[in-house]
Ligand binder design. Sequence first.
Ligand SMILES: [Zn+2]
Length: 153
Amino acid sequence: MSAQETDRKRLREAIELAARCPVSPSAFSVGAIITDADDRVLATGYSRETDPHDHAEESALAKLAPDDPRLARATLYTSLEPCSTRASRPVTCTRHILDAGIPRVVFAWREPDLFVDCEGAETLRAAGREVVELDELAHLVRATNSHLPGIEP
Ligand SMILES: [Zn+2]
């Protein structure tokens, strides 16, 4: 499987994980998967997994030790662009990803300005992280968020 095919497969899996999120009228449903350099799954997470304030990326990261050496070569797949501003908790997913030292992020859908203005992709790129946007899968993410106002698959 090519690296591009691997990215698409893992991102689809992350999008499928979002179907497990308890639906919220005021928040996105997101799925996230962290893999190591050999495409082994290290952790998965989804929005509101154990608490109404949980974001998918932080839920996945919380399952790993902050000093896990595999994070230095990991890829984080998330259906939605990592948040750079949030109302629920002080630390954003973009900050969590930077702190964890994850060098590569793949996402499908750039967060629309529905709740907050998101600059996750730009912030990660400015910090030297590789950010891959596979927007050909964005319609699947919109479908898992069609409960939100103005979002259509
Ligand atoms: Zn977040």
